[in-house]
Design a protein. Structure first.
Length: 552
């Protein structure tokens, strides 16, 4: 390992010019480049500290104790980072003394959190596997590389587009991906190929990233992706030899790597779009078999409001969503969770059917009351499913794709999603009172809690749509009021019941929820068109027409 890594290595390189030994340095050129590099690298921590301290001092958006501690910790980390940059810059400006100690390593998760704080909350997407989050990486160098790549993603992507940070172990090494959306920027491609530093500030960050990695003799390069996208890969081997001589795979101990998709969000082909984890989201194990209850549990699996419906409904709404970012992620995240609930309930039903009697004689052999349980079971569980769950409801009616609604209008869909979660929770609550099995009740408690979250979540999403100015009531809000009879019928409650009890409701007077008009109550609705009289039908259709005969 070399004497010094990362930032000071870069500063040391900036102080060397010329093409070989014996060529005197050019202080004027080096000083100018050094100043630009310092200004560039100080920009990120100073900007982050400004935002974080502003958040701590904002009285209009008070922070919880946990949030305040988290923001304070991020500010402290950025201050330490800035202090280190200043210290190394001071050393780099004078006589640089090599330091024998290697750069300290820290778990990746803290640096990911710092980098994510540079992205506005509504635009950031951060995911890391558990092993990747705990992976040791060189603190200073990783912080600088992530900061530069995130700033590039923010600067060259759409103004409100999402920026993603994703970390996972691939083979023996670590991969960190920074993504944004948009077309490939020609300036970025030039910066990726530039062997010498740029004259101005544009592209300097990528040049710094390359030199931070290459300062100690490491390799870096870029690889092409589908449809014009580019990925940037840097490998830091530290003391471990590279497993691949091209530098695309790195050793397992203390190694680190960075990979950034600098322009579009398009991924390279061959990545996994969905993956299955063998563990369940929550335990699904009954204390005893119960074929009769397995039949009842089918309702919240394959019924109209069951998990198969909401899983497909949220996924189709997400796949059809034309609004990239938080709303699309919300739909696909919850849809994926519901797929996990399908697996839990299928597993529970299959276990409830284990050791269930296949014949009446078996059912009553040890328990005279077993005949009732046998009669309450669904024979299709054994005949069609071989002792497993089926995509049907409690009555054996097959699940139907017509249960799914994905209209393309998020406000309309989110309101239906609230109904779906309410109906689902209602049915699970009823099932909770139909069993005494402790294991079954434990799983139902979990499902009830998740339905509570999802009801509140969709209600919050409805409010968010309105706050973001995307949708309003009534749906569709974009349809012009001038094209409907708003004044005559738009806000009038029609009372068709005897008496006027309905007039006492909030829906009959006062401002409407959309804030556009006032409700009014009409206790004597009148017809607005005469009785319809249809003309005779086509005789070839043999309908009963006025004046017609029964036949010849």
């Amino acid at each position: 390992m070399r004497a010094r890594q990362g930032w000071q290595g870069l500063l040391r390189g900036l102080r060397r010019t010329g093409s070989g030994p014996g060529i005197p340095p050019s202080p004027a050129v080096d000083a100018d480049l050094l100043l630009r590099v310092l200004c560039h690298e100080f920009r990120t921590p100073v900007s982050a500290l400004t935002s974080l301290t502003r958040a701590l001092a904002d009285d209009h958006r008070p922070l919880t104790g946990a949030d305040r501690r988290a923001v304070s910790a991020l500010a402290r980390d950025q201050a330490v980072h800035l202090q280190g940059l200043l210290r190394d810059a001071t050393a780099g400006a004078g006589v640089l003394t090599p330091v024998a100690e290697p750069e300290a390593t820290v778990p990746l998760v803290g640096l990911l959190r710092e980098a994510a704080a540079l992205v506005p909350a509504g635009r950031r997407r951060v995911r890391a596997t558990r092993r990747a989050a705990s992976w040791p990486v060189p603190a200073g160098r990783t912080r600088q590389v992530l900061g530069n790549l995130v700033e590039n993603a923010l600067r060259h992507g759409p103004a409100n587009g999402p920026v993603g940070l994703y970390a996972a172990l691939r083979g023996p090494g670590l991969s960190i991906v920074v993504t944004n959306e948009g077309r490939v920027d020609d300036g970025l491609l030039v910066a990726l190929r530039r062997p010498a530093p740029v004259v101005g500030m544009s592209g300097l960050g990528l040049w710094i990233v390359r030199h931070l990695v290459a300062a100690d003799g490491e390799r870096c390069g870029r690889t092409g992706c589908a449809r014009g996208a580019w990925r940037w890969r840097c490998c830091c081997r530290q003391s471990v030899r590279c497993a691949d001589p091209r530098g695309t795979r790195i050793g397992p101990a203390g190694s680190a790597g960075w990979e950034s998709s600098l322009a579009p969000a398009t991924r390279c082909r061959g990545g996994r779009m969905f993956s299955h984890v063998k563990d369940l989201q929550f335990e699904a194990k009954p204390d005893a078999p119960d074929a009769a209850f397995a039949r009842r549990l089918q309702e919240v699996l394959g019924g109209k409001w069951g998990e198969m419906t909401v899983a497909n409904q949220y996924l189709f709404q997400g796949w059809n969503c034309r609004l990239p970012g938080k709303y699309k992620d919300l739909l696909l995240d919850v849809g994926t969770e519901e797929v996990g609930h399908v697996e839990m309930i299928v597993t529970m039903i299959s276990r409830l059917l284990d050791s269930a009697p296949l014949a009446l004689s078996e059912a009553i052999a040890d328990n005279p009351g077993g005949g009732a349980v046998y009669a309450g079971s669904n024979p299709a569980h054994f005949i069609h499913g071989g002792g497993g769950a089926l995509p049907v409801d409690a009555s054996g009616v097959p699940w139907n794709g017509s249960y799914v609604t994905a209209s393309g209008n998020l406000l309309a869909d989110f309101q239906l999603n609230v109904t779906a979660e309410a109906q689902g929770r209602l049915q699970v609550a009823r099932l909770f009172n139909m069993t005494d099995d402790p294991g079954v009740k434990q799983m139902l408690r979990f499902l009830l809690a998740r339905d509570t979250m999802h009801q509140n979540m969709w209600l919050a999403a409805i409010e968010q749509l309105k706050e973001d100015g995307l949708e309003e009531m009534p749906v569709p809000d974009a349809f012009p009021d001038s094209e409907e009879f708003t004044d005559e019928f738009g806000y009038t409650y029609l009372g068709f019941s005897s008496g006027t009890d309905a007039a006492q409701g909030r829906w009959a007077s006062g401002p409407a929820p959309d804030g556009k008009r006032e409700f009014r109550y009409d206790d004597n609705p009148r017809a607005n068109a005469p009785e319809p009289v249809l003309p005779p039908g086509d005789p070839r259709l043999y309908g009963t027409n006025p004046g017609g005969s029964a036949g010849s």
